[in-house]
Design a protein around this ligand. Sequence first.
Ligand code: HEC
Ligand code: HEC
Length: 292
Amino acid sequence: MQATQVRAIRGFALGLLALTSGWLGGGFTASAETVPPIAVTASPAELLAWDAVLKELTPGAGQATADFSFAVTNISSSQVVIDGVRTSCGCTVAKLPSQPWLLAPHDGGQIHVTVNLAGKSGTIYKTITVLSTNAPKVLTVKVNLPENPVMVRARNAQMAAADRQAVFKNDCAKCHAEPAKDKTGKDLYVAVCAICHEEQSRNPVVPDLHRLNKPTDYAYWKEWITNGKANSMMPAFAKQQGGPLTDEQIDSLAQVLVKALPPGVQAVPRAKPVPPEPPIPILNKRDPGQLK
Ligand code: HEC
Ligand code: HEC
């Protein structure tokens, strides 16, 4: 009986809309272009009030799901039936207290939403469409997850390929420029060069400076550090070119590199990554002879 009442109200609202648009069409023909067309499907007045239509969460590390609840109240004086919910992905489940869920006038309750975070990274949005005797309502949840490091690295490389000085700008500067502050010589190499050139899993376009098959001298190092190379990911470090290094810093770096990376000297082979310690205590004793 209640549902019939609601349907009756809805029918009345639609009829009213149809009437209104007819009236607008007839009464204001002169300004017809400026009046936005009123669709007959326009949603009737809201019967349900939500505590929010967008909720956001930053889950802790290792959390497998992000859980939300949306509170809803029937603000009308008739019963509203929530028939079901639809979510934008299989990873998102929305639960109603019952299905269908009958909300008496001024009654309320909660819809629980769970987003499965497996395999997800970055900022994600999921929607939940609530189907009821009222118009469908779209709720959104936003989950802030750490970005996938592989994707971040690929994007950074892409930015550097487009602008090799990008490494010294905005957020990139935190890792690629700021560590240079007040450093000279070897410390400076470790702070700003090693990040690309001594990385275990170096990008293949980054050369191994220990294995340069060409004559190198002070001028060579100074030139590369100062100007880098156009159309590559090797940036120009000189202040005059938007880099982080002063002439004195470049000089100190070139001086140590002449000695530390002489031409033609083969590098010690890269150390293999040390496997994690086995959990069995007796196997934990490493043979000191294996350590270099
Ligand atoms: C949190 C520190 C950090 C930030 C911020 C950062 N990088 Fe890097 N970058 C690294 C590290 C560490 C490496 C060495 C490779 C690796 O381990 O990913 C690297 C390597 C690179 C390389 C060499 C190619 C490669 O993939 O190894 C380029 C080019 C680069 N970054 C560009 C950028 C750009 C452009 C930005 C800003 C959009 C940026 N980086 C922001 C830490 C950072
Ligand atoms: C963002 C990553 C990145 C950083 C940081 C970086 N380099 Fe490079 N470097 C490169 C890439 C990529 C190349 C290869 C350029 C090309 O295409 O020839 C390169 C090339 C070079 C070369 C030329 C090697 C050759 O083949 O002759 C030298 C020398 C060099 N870098 C020195 C340095 C020094 C010194 C620093 C620190 C002041 C430094 N690089 C910092 C990415 C980097």
